[in-house]
Design a protein. Sequence first.
Length: 72
Amino acid sequence: MTKGGLVFAGSGDPYLYAFDKSTGREVSRVPTPFPVSATPMTYKAKSGRQFVVVATGAGPDAALVGFALHSQ
C-alpha cells in the first residue's frame, strides 16, 4: 500500500491492479507480460521515488516487472 492509499493486487491474469483503499474502487489496471504469480512488493528508493515490483509467469516465462509511481 502507498502513503496515498493505493493498494496493489494481482489475480493470476496479466494485469497489476491498483485500488483506492478508502472506496475499494479500481483506479488502475496495468498490463504485465505474463500472468501475475505473486503478491506485489513496494519499496521506496533513497531518492524518495516509490516502486512496485511483481513476479509474473512461471518457468521460462518467469519475470519480475517493476513500475515507478508518480510523485505526489
